[in-house]
Design a protein around this ligand. Structure first.
Ligand code: MGD
Ligand code: MGD
Ligand code: SF4
Ligand code: MO
Length: 747
């Protein structure tokens, strides 16, 4: 057997309570009714509370961790004053204790070793593991330059490591939350309004009169305050319009569900513009005052009638007209939601441009019930010497994509393969908080890259698939056991939140800040880490922000007064948008100057051939990506994904409910595990649907192993967004196999 990383190590070789969830708002998948007051009323006995913010997803809700006399975490409850959660955590956040209590956790540093020709891991001391990491990083720096060491990260550990990387001399940093997630919408909105959407989205859902969701499945996408605000908006009679090939939870709350033919959204968006403009129901004053290029847009959409769009989208002309009128009637309190995971078909920045333009025509940007002007408070930088200037970094790696504003994970991966980007060769990876093999499509390419690089270190809390490819595995303690950076996020009012340890780290796990500092010191970068405990950094920062660690320990969240002005524009108020023209660009001067379409156009994408169905995927309300599938509390709620199949398709293909099938995609790639069929009218006949994140193939994940199928392994074809490098993942097609295609391989 060779020592290839491809046969990744299933960290097993060497080495040493379910939470009741009461769902309320938004049907059966709502946020938890457990608030601080009713917890305390029930069980007030000697509980101690500690401020934290949730790491189960990136909404980062502020919470209190309640511990008893024996230092057991009893409950996690949302912080009442937090604008991300309004005192209620979602089911995943409540079940976050499972991240701490999971006995499958990584327990000690591990180093890859070879015994009798077979790769395995051995336990190592922190000193040995971190010395090895530092010496490999130094080696790569000496031989190729620090730029050749890449940081691939997501979540809280990332910010500590980014500091280390900058001090070390590398700006080769990327995260999947950009080119596999939000990137295109930031480009589309920035080109139109001059501003990113950012997270949380500055959508005034609470006061909206009309919310248009285009593949944004809020309610299954459990971003907490958005779900709660949408629930309030529904109670207040807002019109909900959902465009989705699947009857999502949001669709079930909508007046209008438009079951669009997948990949044709731009045609619908253009037809909506056509109706608004040619029925003369767009927001004329707003467009006149703030818009740029309206006449060009008017000409552009002239022929994009609802009848034209019907032939493409399968949405009836009358429904297109009615929904456009509903949007106009509610305007400017209308939100055409930008969505979040928007890397779908490769023309995603242009689709997002179309969404932005539509909001511009309705006058939603800067209007109550539309988009508010967000504000964030800056956390002061703890003093350190200036960072060195790398010769190249993520920007140069992604230079083909003029609007990329963050590292493109897939391009960094490509640059790790000799011959793919020899100007910017990557020789080592530091992976932290991202299960890349289940996150980035084109697994074969990732495996080739991992094979080629000289060194991989993975920092994680769990023995996820990515750890199996590492040379060194560093076990991070969970968010409940550590300090982390202060959470400062965009909201109606600026606010900050504190995360401090509620309990001691279990096993031999350590926080990212500590590992980072040790590695930094071993690399001779002491001056960048002038503290013994990260608590000192936080205390210093809080002091500079006019509060203190003592105060934050008591309140968890602190709000600040807005300084940038009101949330919304006053009628007729002069306002300069941060675009080239100072206006909302219906016609993009920047796109035009670089030879791209200045206004969005519809182009047709491939559709499945006979016998194949489009692979559609989305969020499980009870899980976050692949990270929570093994969580004991959450796997109790949903332990596998199912394949949604339209009854017509089930009939043609001879499939029954709960029958196990394997899937084969257009490139002949087979699903490792079978998935059970769920026959339902809720999905169009041309597609199948599954929750993302399942189908784990590491046996060390005792609850998750072999449960359901992985969408990621079937996504071998991507269409790259020419503007910002996003990897469009929704152009993959699958067929059903009812016999186990792996049976001859089984031992
Ligand atoms: N096929 C497919 N691919 C997708 C998506 C999809 O829907 N389908 N969605 C895309 C989107 S929108 C996004 S944002 C990305 C998300 O991509 P990722 O963030 O990579 O998603 P996860 O699979 O949750 O991987 C998170 C990893 O972090 C680890 N982890 C959790 N908490 C901690 C911690 O406190 N410290 C450390 N060090 N590690 C921790 C987990 O154990 C896990 O290994 O995926 C993208 N990729
Ligand atoms: N419970 C839970 N919530 C989460 C997360 C999680 O892991 N779990 N992850 C968070 C993150 S990082 C992100 S980015 C968001 C992502 O959440 P969103 O941005 O809301 O959703 P997507 O994953 O892009 O889209 C999924 C929906 O798009 C529909 N769809 C598929 N193809 C098409 C099409 O061609 N046209 C249209 N109009 N619709 C289509 C699908 O049927 C599905 O309903 O969720 C966030 N919230
Ligand atoms: S939305 Fe849920 S999982 Fe995400 S941070 Fe908030 S409570 Fe945690
Ligand atoms: Mo995402």
């Amino acid at each position: 057997m060779n020592n290839s990383r491809r046969s990744f190590i299933k960290i097993s070789a060497l080495g040493a309570s379910g939470i009741a969830l009461s769902a309320t708002a938004f049907g059966s998948v709502g946020v938890n009714a457990l608030t601080e007051n009713n917890l305390l009323a029930k069980s007030a006995k000697n509980l101690k509370r500690t401020a934290t913010y949730c790491e189960v997803c990136f909404w980062k809700c502020a919470a209190w961790a309640y511990t008893d006399e024996d230092n057991n975490i009893q409950k996690l409850i949302g912080n009442e004053i937090d604008p991300h959660c309004y005192g209620r955590l979602c089911p995943r956040g409540t079940g976050g204790v499972g991240m701490y209590s999971d006995t499958d956790r990584l327990k000690t540093p591990l180093i890859r070793t070879n015994i009798d020709g077979k790769d395995t891991f051995r336990e190592a001391s922190w000193e040995e593991a971190l010395t090895l990491v530092a010496s490999k990083m130094q080696g790569i720096k000496d031989k190729y330059g620090a730029e050749s060491m890449a940081l691939l990260k997501h979540g809280s550990p990332g910010s500590h490591l980014e500091h280390l990387f900058k001090a070390y001399g590398s700006d080769t940093v990327a995260e999947p939350a950009y080119a596999q997630c939000r990137g295109p919408r930031e480009t589309g909105f920035a080109l139109t309004f001059g501003s990113w959407i950012g997270s949380p989205e500055p959508t005034d859902i609470r006061d909206t009169k009309c919310l248009v969701l285009i593949g944004a499945h809020i309610g299954e996408n459990m971003h907490n305050s958005q779900v709660q605000e949408m629930s309030d908006a529904i109670d207040n009679g807002a019109t909900i319009i959902t465009v989705d090939p699947r009857f999502s939870t949001a669709a079930s709350k909508s007046q209008y569900w438009l079951p669009i033919k997948p990949s044709t959204d731009i045609a619908l968006l253009l037809a909506w513009m056509h109706v608004l403009i040619y029925e003369d129901i767009y927001n004329k004053e707003y467009v006149k005052q703030y818009g740029f290029g309206f006449e060009e847009l008017k000409k552009h959409v002239k022929d994009f009638t609802p009848e034209w769009a019907y032939g493409i989208t399968t949405i009836k002309p009358n429904d297109i007209r009615k929904t456009a009128r509903a949007m106009a009637e509610a305007a400017p309190s209308t939100i055409v939601h930008p969505g979040r995971h928007v890397t779908w078909y490769g023309d995603d920045s242009q689709r997002e441009r179309a969404i932005a333009i539509l909001n511009g025509l309705l006058g939603s940007w800067g209007s109550r019930g539309g988009f508010y002007f967000k504000e964030k408070i800056k956390v002061p930088k703890f003093p350190h010497p200036p960072y060195p200037h790398p010769k190249w970094g993520w920007e140069e790696i992604g230079e083909k994509y003029p609007f990329a504003e963050m590292g493109i994970t897939s391009e960094v991966i490509k640059a790790s393969i000799p011959g793919q980007n020899d100007k910017h060769p990557i020789k080592g990876w530091f992976v932290a908080g991202t299960n890349l093999v289940n996150t980035v499509p084109q697994r074969e390419m990732i495996e080739e890259a991992m094979e080629a690089v000289e060194f991989i270190v993975v920092m994680d809390t769990m023995p996820m698939e990515i750890t199996g490819y590492a040379d060194v595995v560093l076990p991070e303690c969970t968010y409940l056991e550590r300090y982390d950076g202060i959470r400062s996020a965009t909201n109606r009012e600026p606010s900050i939140a504190l995360r401090m340890p509620a309990v001691e780290p279990k096993y031999d796990s350590k926080p990212a800040w500590w590992m980072t500092k040790q590695i930094g010191e071993k690399l001779g970068l002491h001056e960048y880490f002038q503290y013994d405990d990260f608590k000192e950094v936080i205390a210093w920062q809080l002091d500079k922000m006019g509060t203190s660690l003592e105060e934050m320990e008591k309140v968890g969240v602190k709000k600040f007064k807005r300084k940038s002005g009101p949330l919304f524009l006053e009628e007729g108020q002069p306002y300069e948008f941060p675009t080239n023209s100072g206006k909302i660009e219906f016609y993009s001067t920047e796109l035009a100057s670089l030879g791209f379409d200045a206004m969005p156009v519809y182009t047709s994408h491939d559709h499945p051939e006979q016998g194949f169905y489009r692979l559609n995927y989305g969020r499980s309300p009870m899980h976050t990506f692949s990270r929570t599938i093994n969580n004991p509390n959450l796997s109790d709620l949903t332990d596998e994904n199912k394949l949604w199949v339209n009854p017509k398709v089930a009939r043609i293909e001879g499939l029954r409910n709960n029958q196990e099938v394997w899937l084969e995609n257009q490139d002949g790639i087979l699903s490792t595990f079978p998935i059970k069929v769920r026959v339902t009218e809720r999905i169009r006949w041309d597609s199948v649907y599954m929750y993302h994140g399942f189908g784990h193939n590491n046996k060390k994940l005792s609850r998750a192993f072999g449960k359901g199928a992985s969408d990621t392994e079937l996504i071998t074809k991507v269409t790259i967004d020419p503007l910002m490098g996003g990897t469009g993942m929704r152009g993959n097609f699958v067929k059903f196999l009812t016999d186990n295609p792996h049976k001859d391989l089984q031992v």
